[in-house]
Design a binder for this molecule. Structure first.
Ligand code: RP5
Length: 168
């Protein structure tokens, strides 16, 4: 089994957030790899990873980082693959620092940025990209979205049963 998605994080201290992406791929049976690489502490390794990923069969990269979060951007600079960035809250700036660093990419080098800590959404977006050329994944996504709808319909039915006297 070879990975088709690569999850990268700037430090293993990012793992509690980035694990949400791992768990999603595990549930959806999508082969993934996960590594810690740092744009500031291991720049040569990041560059080698970015230049080689598509040659190894990786189709989408998810990169999470906190603070001066250069990782998603420097990977995007050297890969033709779509890069999804996950800002991580890890400083006194509560993730705003990482959000701006990941979001404000110059023209020509896009990073699709999700919410602070939004690793699960990053994984769903990656699956949506993969599903464009994989009918099985498209069907799984349709089932996933139906599950979300059913959950809120059920929750709304439970609201209707709340026993307030003045609830009309
Ligand atoms: C960033 O610096 C990492 O992505 C992490 O969010 C933050 C702190 O890293 P550690 O000092 O915990 O290794 O590069």
């Amino acid at each position: 089994m070879s990975p088709i998605v690569s999850i990268i994080m700037g430090s293993t201290s990012d793992l509690p957030v980035m694990e949400k992406a791992c768990q999603f791929f595990e549930e959806e049976e999508i082969p993934f790899e996960v590594n810690a690489l740092s744009a500031h502490r291991t720049p040569a390794e990041v560059s080698a990873f970015a230049r080689e990923a598509h040659k190894r069969g990786i189709k989408v990269i998810i990169a999470g980082a906190g603070m001066a979060a250069a990782l998603p951007g420097v990977i995007a600079a050297e890969t033709p693959l779509p890069v999804i960035g996950v800002p991580i809250k890890g400083s006194s700036l509560e993730g705003l620092d990482a959000t701006l660093a990941i979001l404000q990419m110059p023209p020509g080098i896009p990073v699709a940025t999700v919410a602070i800590g939004g690793a699960q959404n990053a994984a769903i977006l990656a699956m949506q990209i993969l599903a464009l050329s994989d009918e099985t994944l498209m069907q799984k996504l349709t089932a996933y979205k139906s599950g979300l709808k059913n959950k809120i319909v059920k929750a709304n039915e439970e609201l209707a049963r709340l026993p307030y006297k003045y609830k009309c």
